[in-house]
Design a protein around this ligand. Sequence first.
Ligand code: ZN
Ligand code: FE
Length: 253
Amino acid sequence: MFDVIRIPAFKDNYIWLLHKGAAAVVVDPGDARPVLEVLEREGLSLAAILVTHHHADHQGGVASLLAHFPAEVYGPATESITGITQPLHGGETICLAALDAEFQVLAVPGHTLGHLAYYGSGCLFCGDTLFGAGCGRLFEGTPAQMHGSLTRLAALPDQTAVYCAHEYTEANLRFALAVEPGNRHLQRRVAEVALARAKGRATVPFSMALEKATNPFLRCSEPEIVASAQGRMARAHDALQVFAVLREWKNVF
Ligand code: ZN
Ligand code: FE
């Protein structure tokens, strides 16, 4: 098993650095500088870069990392990714020899159309698809695509450690509580996250079990959530319609 180092970047991004021995793999390096600092500090060399989608805060550091290391670059074949050497569509299994680990590549359209997630060794790297108590904005995809993507992620094992790319959990929980105020698990998470953030601690990674218990976007069939959605739009009947209402509501919350 590999170790994972959290590298904060920009205002609220997390770049994930995986390493085993002296070899490292980095996920969504939006900025090269903090990654190079960690590689130097830990005495690691970069073997591969995984990119989930084309936004600059996820791939902006790729070019300068490649100037320092001859790394393989995995990413969505259908998006414009700097330096890509291993274009992926989802459905592949990639073998990262540097980590002695395999990852399943999952197509998770919604935030962008080519968005990928990487799942291996019980860890999910999901970029801007699933967040703590929330999900990514629909910049390119449809509600149906994002709902399908989140449903597939939620089917991963409960103990899956979810490594998303932003520290958005606290704000997402405010929305979640407005949607489902009677959820005891959610109330407890709100308190725990408030404490963690007050101490400057990260809320990522978190377990898929916790998401299934508290993330409204994974709970679109729960009666209290359906009722909240119908309060916004009476025609919200099935889980997909509820999801679409929640996603639009969150945009203006
Ligand atoms: Zn993004
Ligand atoms: Fe992002």
